[in-house]
Write a protein that binds this ligand. Structure first.
Ligand code: KIV
Length: 270
């Protein structure tokens, strides 16, 4: 099987659920690719789950490029999508295209950007430059200052109508797929019926064409799991247990053992 392309993802709509997950470095990219996911998102969520920021706002284009390169070095079969961080596309179409080109040079197969109809020109420009774009509507964490925090979206008819319009404009601008984050299930379902590009949801219910989760939530490597995410393993506790065991063995002189030691080949008399 060859590498997954943006066109392959488009063709999956209505046929098979699309599986997307974040990865931020070489080992996590290898792990999720070995598990057989369709899309790896180098998400700006790395600001919170890897770099320890309280939001995604401090994440820079430079941060994202370093992590995208690390993921690309894993040579995954999955499509690699680079997440355009806050400040890398808002000011102009040319800034957006330049940033997207940096992602492509770092090994991304596509980019994702947050925003609906207000950013359709940016999407159009990046697609014209030859780089596939994934849209992202609903809760857009980069706009949290304006949204007033991480609140669910589209629970009222007026907001739902606006989201539907956003989805249609993102599609018309040439996006190949669309992330819908933390909206009422009914709205995501309606959007999924109305647009011909695949919808990939996080916290927006079951009726979408695919799902995305943050890897660190799946693995139990975050302090709090959002209510819409599922923790499949508690790696944090397992890791603490392993490091404690190492600490105890060092204190007791049990590590390193004979099997971890090399010996001189002749008498050392220095
Ligand atoms: O940065 C990220 O991980 C994301 C997903 C939550 C969709 O944008």
């Amino acid at each position: 099987m060859g590498r997954v392309t943006a066109r392959d993802i488009v063709k999956m709509k209505g046929r098979e659920k699309i599986v997307m997950v974040t990865a931020y470095d070489y080992p996590t990219a290898r792990i999720v690719d070995e598990a057989g996911v369709d899309v790896i998102l180098v998400g700006d969520s790395l600001g919170m789950v890897v770099l320890g920021y309280e939001s995604t706002l401090p994440v820079t284009l430079e941060d994202m490029i370093i992590h995208t390169r690390a993921v690309a070095r894993a040579k995954p079969r999955a499509l690699v999508v680079g997440d355009m961080p806050f400040g890398s596309y808002e000011s102009s179409d040319s800034r957006a295209v330049e940033s997207a080109i940096e992602f492509a040079r770092a090994g991304a197969d596509a980019v994702k950007l947050e925003g609906g109809s207000e950013y359709s020109d940016r999407i159009r420009s990046i697609v014209r430059a030859g780089i596939p774009v994934m849209g992202h509507i609903g809760l857009t964490p980069q706009r949290m200052l304006r949204l007033g925090g991480y609140r669910p979206q589209g629970r009222r008819a007026a907001e739902a109508r606006e989201l539907l319009r956003d989805a249609e404009e993102v599609e018309a601008a040439g996006a190949f797929s669309l992330v819908i984050e933390f909206t009422a299930e009914e709205v995501a379902a309606r959007i999924t019926e109305r647009v011909s590009i695949p919808t990939i949801c996080i916290g927006s219910g079951r009726k979408c064409d695919g799902q995305v989760l943050v890897l660190h939530d799946i693995l139990g490597l975050t302090a709090h799991t959002p209510p819409f995410a599922k923790r499949y393993i508690d790696l944090w506790s397992l890791a603490v247990k392993a490091v404690k065991e190492y600490k105890n063995e060092v204190r007791k002189g049990l590590f390193p053992g004979e099997e971890h030691v090399i010996h001189a080949k002749e008498k050392i008399d220095v």
